[in-house]
Design a protein around this ligand. Structure first.
Ligand code: AQP
Length: 346
């Protein structure tokens, strides 16, 4: 009698946990925005959810001029190592490389066929990444559909992301809704989950632009890299753009100062008002020093853990291989459902 009752309880608990999917592109090492906007909440909620996290390496091909194949291979492993170094446990989460699960590309094609072009042209990431480029690959326009496949293949209820990705998760819902209407109920509709603090960290050299991996490569001083050495972090943070006021006034904080406050608030969890009161009337140098201290305290153990993990690439590959197997099992089941719904693969 006892055994079936216990099994039923465990099954109920597991079915109540939200199914979660998220990922990051290995376009470069990660920055503090990636950590505060997404990775930190993946780790914080890992006991409450049934989660899969991927390194979306296929997405990193959308600007082919920027792709160095050997570097991309290295960065894909490095981003996975950073997930683990930040505290993501491969025993409690499925962690894998997107390109190890071919169902993503296959599902993406089927979804591309049900996605109106106008929806893709409206994506602000497409507009900003295409701006000023001589040639724009079709992948840059259609990658949100691949992202929709990443999410929908795992019946994800929740997608923990920073604010910049909310539009893509909404597009995923729209694509899933359209597919369900055309071919019958097939997909679960996911929702974006953004953190209370740190959902949008801005560039330190230009607080009107979001902190971004691709900009980080071109502009030293733009981003706080999770793998930056202490002397680099000091230089970046102490030269952050503020304004021409001499001293800190919470009520009149400019975008650059607000960004520093947000970083300190997100890292320390001290309320904004209390940080404001502490620095009122003091020079910006004091605020920057406090940010530097909080950043060093958080990223130093992450960098050390990362370096240890990268010394054993075979072990990393073994973990990712195991993750890919678990992910494929689920993705294959959903893709079979999708193919049956549209009438291919008989
Ligand atoms: N500045 C940011 N503040 C808060 N969250 C952020 N994220 C990205 N930038 C910030 C979140 O981190 C995750 C990374 O997603 P991605 O790798 O798919 O690409 P992205 O959103 O386009 O991030 P980047 O850093 O700007 O990369 P590139 O330059 O390669 O495009 C997402 O959850 C994102 O919201």
């Amino acid at each position: 009698m006892t055994e079936p009752a216990l099994a039923a309880t465990a099954a109920d608990v597991s079915s109540q946990r939200p199914r979660v999917l998220s990922g990051m592109q290995p376009t470069d090492a990660l920055h503090l925005g990636n950590y505060l906007g997404a990775l930190r909440q993946w780790v914080a909620r890992q006991d409450e959810q049934d989660a899969l996290f991927c390194v979306v390496d296929l997405h990193a091909l959308t600007i082919p001029e920027a792709v160095d194949p050997a570097e991309l291979r290295h960065r894909s492993r490095a981003v996975a190592a950073l997930y683990f170094a930040c505290g993501l446990d491969p025993e409690r989460n499925v962690v894998f490389l997107q390109s190890h699960v071919p169902e993503h590309a296959e599902c993406s094609w089927i979804l591309t066929c049900v996605t109106p072009l106008g929806w893709l042209y409206r994506m602000t990431q497409f507009k900003s990444k295409a701006e000023g480029r001589e040639s724009v690959g079709a992948g840059l326009l259609t990658y949100p559909v691949l992202q929709a496949a990443d999410i929908l293949l795992y019946d994800a209820d929740e997608v923990p992301v920073g604010e910049d990705q909310v539009q893509h998760v909404e597009l995923t819902r729209d694509i899933a809704t359209r597919f369900n209407r055309l071919f019958g109920d097939t997909f679960v509709l996911p929702r974006a989950v953004i953190p209370g603090a740190g959902a949008r960290i801005m560039g330190l050299d230009d607080p009107t632009e979001k902190m971004s991996k691709s900009v980080m490569i071109e502009r030293p001083g733009h981003a706080i890299g999770l793998l930056d050495r202490p002397e680099v972090l000091k230089k970046t943070i102490m030269s952050a753009v503020t304004d021409s006021q001499r001293e800190f006034r919470f009520e009149h904080a400019s975008p650059g100062v607000r960004n520093l406050l947000t970083i300190l608030h997100a890292l320390s969890e001290e309320p904004l008002e209390s940080i404001g009161a502490r620095f009122e009337g003091r020079g910006y140098g004091d605020l920057k020093k406090a940010v530097l201290e909080a950043v060093l305290e958080r990223v130093t153990p992450i960098r050390e853990h990362y370096e240890a993990l990268m010394r054993d690439p075979a072990e990393l590959d073994r973990i990712l291989g195991r993750g890919a197997e678990a992910a494929r099992e689920r993705a294959a089941a959903t893709l079979a459902r999708v193919k049956a719904a549209v009438g291919v693969g008989i």
